[in-house]
Write a protein that binds this ligand. Structure first.
Ligand SMILES: [Mg+2]
Length: 206
């Protein structure tokens, strides 16, 4: 059976495993912390199988008997990253420093907090009808511009906490695109690691 990264397989016992590609030389730091090396010890590049946890070692590919159908997915994080970079670049947002980009990520969370302060629930959102002033090319709120000469444009701006959560993600993806970060892989690895940690690890209450 040909094994493909990211796909899930059933073994003879009915357990499910995910195929993850691991480069032993590049990721020695990761293996030391969270992967049982017994299965990988001799390979430079090898497939590694997980059932959603880093801490239970691998399985022998020969025990796998069935490839499960792929889930129906939307665009991957890396595809969204590339689109976020394209949109930001085509609108001229290319010059922010690392520190400025991170501050802008914070600013979107602050906007979500302001919505919450205005008694809006986490799921509330609406669309602001915006127009465009031809003399300045600046958008304006159509509800505030009734009776003016300014023209209504096609803009419907989503507002509310869901929209600010989207802004946070878009800014993070734009940053990852600028710096060539494989955010799809980073998120997957971190979630697997988090799932392997003890209940309320470190005695934390939150
Ligand atoms: Mg925003």
């Amino acid at each position: 059976m040909e094994l493909k990264e990211g796909r899930k397989y059933k073994d003879r016992n009915g357990d499910t495993w995910m195929c993850v590609r691991v480069n032993l030389q590049k990721e020695a730091h990761c293996q030391a912390d969270c992967i049982n090396l017994s299965y990988l010890a001799s390979a430079e590049v090898e497939y590694f199988f997980l059932d959603g946890r880093y801490d239970n070692g691998g399985t022998n590919p020969r025990t796998l008997v069935e490839e499960l159908p792929p889930p129906v997915l939307g665009p991957s994080l890396n595809e969204l990253r590339d689109e976020a970079l394209r949109i930001a670049t085509s609108h001229g947002f290319t010059d922010a420093s690392v520190g400025e980009d991170i501050a802008l990520m914070h600013s979107e969370l602050s906007e979500a907090l302001e919505d919450y302060r205005a008694c809006r629930s986490p799921t509330w959102y609406e669309y602001q009808m915006l127009g465009c002033d031809p003399s300045t090319f600046k958008t304006f709120n159509a509800f505030e511009a009734e009776g003016s000469e300014r023209k209504l444009g096609p803009y419907r701006k989503p507002v509310g906490i869901p929209s600010e959560m989207a802004d946070v993600i878009i800014r993070v993806l734009h940053f990852c695109g600028k710096h060539g970060i494989d955010i799809g892989r980073a998120v997957r690895e971190k979630m697997l690691y988090n799932d392997s940690r003890p209940f309320k690890h470190g005695g934390k209450t939150l």
